[in-house]
Design a protein around this ligand. Structure first.
Ligand SMILES: O=C(CO)COP(=O)(O)O
Length: 249
């Protein structure tokens, strides 16, 4: 039995309305029972407060991004202190859309991770290679350089960090990594944790997979020894998210 509790995050991205979120939360309340799985939903900033007020206690709330300082003249940004203030314990950082659409660097991502953890938030830290990097045989190099950049920022806070491996070519494309492809990279990350941090951290840190996860493919992915859950985009907005949450049962 894995020492790691199965973890499923829903990343709603820039989707939803108050009404749609209420309907989705209703579905989740009925389908996700108990606390055998840790379930977290990543909600657009503007709906965090409303979602916090309707989520059941066995589903936690996450922001999708934050800035690297607690307050100040940073128009449009939100801080970890604000996220905590409205009752959300988690934040997703380093998502490939932040990195590739908004040009956020490894260094900025690390600064955000370090600040969020120091403010007491838990972090879903995302890494993953692009298609051309995979095709050039650079997957390991890219993923390990991204996680290495986060290491000083995470410091002693590995127990408050979940690593999401999200190959960019699999995000929103319907091209899921095969269970073998995902397992191979998860094992590389776990090995890196063992060598660069500690055996205990390697054994206890959840490494979750993201990229076109659906109710249909989650079970096979979840069988792999180093896949400890999922970060789900499109399917997290649909009732099948419940099946993904229960895919380890
Ligand atoms: O980016 C993702 C989760 O953060 C994955 O998105 P999809 O599940 O839509 O491919």
């Amino acid at each position: 039995m894995s020492p790691r509790k199965f973890f499923v995050g829903g990343n709603w991205k820039m989707n939803g309305s108050k009404k749609e979120i209420e309907a989705l939360v209703d579905t989740l309340k009925k389908g996700v029972q108990g606390d055998a799985v840790e379930v977290v939903v990543g909600c657009p900033a503007i709906y965090l407060q409303h979602t916090a007020s309707i989520l059941p206690s066995n589903i936690a709330l996450s922001a999708q991004n934050c800035y690297k300082v607690s307050k100040g003249a940073f128009t449009g940004e939100i801080s970890p202190a604000m996220i905590k203030d409205i009752g959300a314990p988690w934040v997703i950082l380093g998502h490939s859309e932040r990195r590739n659409v908004f040009g956020e660097s490894d260094q900025l991502t690390a600064d955000k991770v370090g600040h969020a953890l120091s403010e007491g938030l838990k972090v879903i830290a995302c890494i993953g290679e692009k298609l051309e990097e995979r095709e050039a045989g650079k997957t390991e190099q890219v993923v390990l350089s991204q996680i290495s950049a986060l290491k000083p920022a995470i410091g002693q806070n590995w127990d408050k960090t979940v690593i999401a491996y999200e190959p960019v070519w699999a995000i929103g494309t319907g091209k899921t990594a095969s269970p073998e492809q995902a397992q191979e990279v998860h094992a590389i990350i776990r090995d890196w944790l063992k060598n660069e941090v500690s055996s205990a951290v390697s054994e206890s840190t959840r490494i979750i997979y993201g990229g076109s996860v659906t109710g249909a493919n989650a079970k096979d992915l979840a069988k792999k020894p180093d896949i400890d859950g999922f970060l789900v985009g499109g399917a997290s907005l649909k009732p099948e998210f419940v099946d993904i949450c229960n895919s380890n049962a």
